[in-house]
Design a protein around this ligand. Structure first.
Ligand code: ATP
Ligand code: MG
Length: 503
């Protein structure tokens, strides 16, 4: 008889009296990928943090390799038991190098002296397993989010864990990186290790998953063999109802241009070359392309986060010179950025403070913040976005990943916008909340606001936009009318210059 690598039963956990987990069970077998699914705030990360010793359980039974764990685990003792976790929110030290991060607290030393050469050699081996071309000596902060995620994965592999928890590992990865990761997962499975896999990208499950367990509102719902179920069943178990319309599209007549971009170039990142396009009032214009196609760079140049080297921008027909995000905001142009932790949120501040941060003028009188206005405005936003939080004064770092994303969106909806740019707004967001975000985008559209919508998920690009600009290697390679195009055509233009690789 095979023994479960991990088994937990009757696990409960509360935070300041609010239950995050209530009588939950889960088990992981050797050589399987077991997906843990549920809406934002269902308790997935909390359960994984208990299994990996980050949080202590309030009650419940815990077995590792059939042996009962009586006390509480710490991250160190969990690591000794062979449990490794790749956290949802990246946990690297930005100023340290790739190699230093991977071997943090486990440095290669000889008589107390660091053997950097040997350490770098070891790191190179791990990077090679993941098919990664990264210099071990580069500081992590210089890497894009997707590469940082891969470094985090490398770090866990290097610990030689038997039980590997991946909390949304693919949410920031490109198609090619996902392919590489799935190959590694297959290899780990073949070695008899077990993988607990959390993801909101349900389409990818069929490629790796053996079993699924579903949580809802902190409670255990069901465990199923993946081969004996299907996505509609999984989704209805997750949300407790059947979802009718995945993409609530609305049609509007074309009106005048609100944003005109001419011959814009930006030297940053992959570099944007000579981009020109119009965005019309009440239009949703999607920007599709592979990871690294230059979409974020384009957005950053338009919104004043990066300087553009050439080009012209007009808002409502008038030329504007935007040198900083604050100037963009003053002109009614808002951007909800891609990397929410770095650019979008102050995680050590409360939900109310974050939501009202760009709108201090709205909630202040004579330069003084009126607390009751701050609470009223943020409460309205929490309700309309259905942000799951015990109150306005909860710290953002205590919200689940998807609910943090809603706070980013909420910040910009407070303002009277002309143009709103969303960069990957639904990353890490569950199926039902995605629809809430689409409804918000539709509300903007109905109000005549122009929406730029950067997304790597082609189904939502095709489901929500009116027009699609495809980018590849910093250039706009196609302008497509959404109702006349399809996935294949978009991909063709997205890989135009890169020969199908990770442009
Ligand atoms: N340290 C904490 N302090 C207070 N509340 C917390 C803390 N950690 C988690 N919670 C709460 O516990 C609940 C479950 O959160 P958890 O992060 O486990 O959700 P999740 O299923 O991982 O969601 P997501 O898909 O959005 O990542 C949420 O309501 C969250 O606000
Ligand atoms: Mg989570």
């Amino acid at each position: 008889m095979t023994v479960d690598l991990v088994r937990v039963e009757h696990i409960s956990k509360s935070f300041s009296g609010v239950a995050a987990l209530d009588d939950v069970r889960f088990d992981l077998r050797s050589g399987e990928v077991h997906a843990l699914l549920g809406e934002n705030g269902a308790g997935k990360s909390t359960l994984m943090k208990i299994i990996s010793g980050v949080y202590t359980r309030d009650s419940g039974d815990f077995y590792v390799n059939g042996t009962k764990i009586t006390g509480d685990l710490t991250p160190q003792s969990a690591q000794h038991l062979g449990i490794g976790i790749i956290h949802q929110e990246l946990n690297l030290c930005p100023h340290l190098t790739v190699a230093e991060n991977i071997f943090l607290n486990r440095e290669f030393t000889v008589s107390g002296i660091l053997n950097e050469k040997k350490q770098n050699e070891a790191v190179k081996q791990y990077l090679k397993t993941l098919n990664l071309d990264i210099d071990p000596m580069i500081p992590v902060r210089k890497l894009p989010v997707s590469k940082q995620q891969m470094v985090e994965i490398c770090k866990t592999l290097s610990m030689n864990a038997r039980i590997i928890i991946m909390d949304e590992p693919t949410s920031a990865l490109s198609e090619k990186e996902i392919e590489d990761l799935f190959k590694v997962i297959a290899m780990l499975k073949a070695e008899g290790r077990g993988i607990i896999y959390i993801s909101h990208r349900l389409e990818e499950l069929s490629r790796i998953v053996d079993r699924v367990t579903i949580l809802r509102d902190g409670r255990y719902v069901k465990t199923l063999n993946f081969a004996e179920t299907n996505l509609p069943e999984i989704i209805s178990l997750m949300v407790g109802r059947t979802l009718t319309e995945k993409f609530p599209r609305i049609e509007m007549e074309r009106r005048e241009a609100v944003l005109e971009v001419k011959n814009l170039s930006s030297p940053y990142g992959v570099g944007v070359k000579n981009a020109s396009f119009n965005l019309y009032k009440g239009e949703i214009l999607a920007f599709a392309g592979l990871m690294g196609a230059g979409r974020t760079e384009l957005v950053r140049a338009i919104s004043g986060a990066d300087k553009m080297s050439e080009g012209e921008i007009r808002l409502n027909g008038k030329p504007v010179n935007i040198h900083a995000p604050s100037e963009a905001i003053a002109q009614g142009l808002f951007c909800a950025p891609e990397d929410r932790k770095r650019d979008g949120l102050c995680v050590k501040m409360t939900v109310a403070e974050n939501i009202t941060l760009p709108s201090l003028d709205i909630i202040s009188r004579l330069g003084i913040i009126i607390r009751s206005l701050e609470l009223k405005k943020s409460r309205e936003m929490i309700q309309s976005l259905k942000i799951k939080t015990p109150g306005e004064d909860q710290y953002v770092k205590n919200l689940s990943g998807g609910n943090q994303q809603k706070v980013v969106v909420g910040k910009w909806l407070m303002r009277n916008a002309r143009v709103v740019i969303f960069d990957e707004p639904t990353r890490g967001i569950d199926v039902a909340s995605k629809i809430e975000i689409y409804n918000i985008i539709n509300d903007l559209k109905r109000n005549g606001i122009g929406v730029m919508f950067v997304s790597s998920e082609l189904p939502e690009v095709l489901g929500m936009s009116d027009r699609i600009m495809v980018m590849c290697n910093g250039r706009i390679t196609a302008e497509l009318i959404t109702r006349n195009t399809n996935q294949e055509e978009i991909l063709k233009h997205a890989t135009q210059y890169s020969g199908g690789g990770n442009g």
